[in-house]
Write a protein that binds this ligand. Sequence first.
Ligand code: FAD
Ligand code: SF4
Ligand code: SF4
Length: 462
Amino acid sequence: MPNMSMTKNPMPAQEPEVRNKNFNEVALGYTEEQAIDEAQRCLNCKHKPCVGGCPVQIDIPAFIAEVAKGEFEKAYQIITRSSSLPAICGRVCPQESQCEQRCVRGIKGEPVAIGRLERFVADWHMANSTEAPEKPESNGHKVAVIGSGPSGLACAGDLAKKGYDVTIYEALHLAGGVLAYGIPEFRLPKAIVQKEIDGLKALGVKIETNVVIGKTISIDELFDEFGFESVFIGSGAGLPRFMNIPGENLNGVYSANEFLTRINLMKAYKDDSKTPIRHPKSTVVVGGGNVAMDAARSAKRLGSDVTIVYRRTKAELPARAEEVEHAEEEGIKFAFLHNPVEVEGEDGWVKAVRCQVMELSDPDESGRRKPVPVEGKFITVPCDCMIMSIGTSPNPLIKSTTEGLETQKWGGIVADEATGLTSRKGVYAGGDAVTGAATVILAMGAGKNAAAAIDASLMGEK
Ligand code: FAD
Ligand code: SF4
Ligand code: SF4
């Protein structure tokens, strides 16, 4: 008999007033009892609508049925047939617009907490499994992967399992891509990312850090001098955009990427960090996406008062509802319908942000209401730190150093959707480098698809 409760089992979490002063994980995860109780809410629907909402098509009812029986390892084996990074996706996937959005239990109440169950299963496996992955026998083929974000890790993992000799080249000193330098510890503990990377190393994947492809080594050299037969580009979209307004070059104005990298990768919040950061008293974050929420919540944890400035209304915020709720609970303020027009400074440092008051226009042909300025209306928000979080694009370095690699006008690499094959023979691409800033699960899926295509090509299959 299924559990007919209308609501999900709540996720145990740190209290807002405690967590907004530390970098430890906010959500604490289900206990075994909570996981089994939640799994019993699943109706094991014959047509599996939830699976259609998952970009990598995890057999959701099958893994949840195993959780309901207390067979957690079996559940893990089902998930990992389709996903390489379940502990990560269970934490950061926008489930509410993917698998959970299609769950039939969501019609009259809350959907089954698929993401929380996935996280539980992956964490259970990490805590209880003692089996080390076996290094597969070599098939004699060499593949290079550029970038160690989710697309690169997934591609490398799938190829290594098939016996390929895989080397990942990573520009930074630590592997993980956005998982390591972008998403904060309080949402995704770095120990979990490291465990995934250790698992790849155990499969034989080599990771060369501090290597910038296009500067240290070119793609041509990877083929001609290093003997790789295929290359996968998973270099992400880490180039920040700015607003080009007066005063943006003042000290104390960061891109969200720089701010988060200092905090996550360089542990700038610790007193003994080699990359310290001035602990701001008052921070303005510009933007309304997940990255803006992460930057704002990180600044809050440094002890700052934080205001998010967004040019539309709360209803249009692109960030996940859960992240907005967490930010509000932690005391972050929002200035909706405001757009920065000038950064004011003193002695070379940011002092305040002058913002134009906006309103939403009548809907256009597409039904979209655009933010438009309210003539003559401005406010000034005092601050000693400003964080720009208005989007990123792929870095042009690889394109500019690789002959025959076609890109879109905005910088994204042109690649076949199903295989990741680019305009250059033997070169595949996937993740944010192709789509622009997207999600972990989409990047992971693209890496897996490319691995399958590389394997088929090198093994002479059509
Ligand atoms: P990335 O993760 O960007 O990794 C690319 C790697 O390539 C980087 O390590 C980079 O250093 C390296 N690289 C770049 N150029 C070179 C070069 N020339 N040579 C060698 N290495 C190179 N998604 C979600 O699903 N949920 C979330 O909650 C979420 N939150 C986010 C929060 C933040 C702050 C950010 C920035 C993104 C967030 N995302 C989230 C988006 C998600 O993280 C990305 O879509 C995903 O990481 C893209 O993966 P990727 O493998 O394409 O690239
Ligand atoms: Fe849902 Fe993401 Fe897990 Fe797929 S990977 S089942 S979308 S949480
Ligand atoms: Fe279970 Fe919901 Fe999927 Fe049905 S749609 S199988 S209830 S998770």
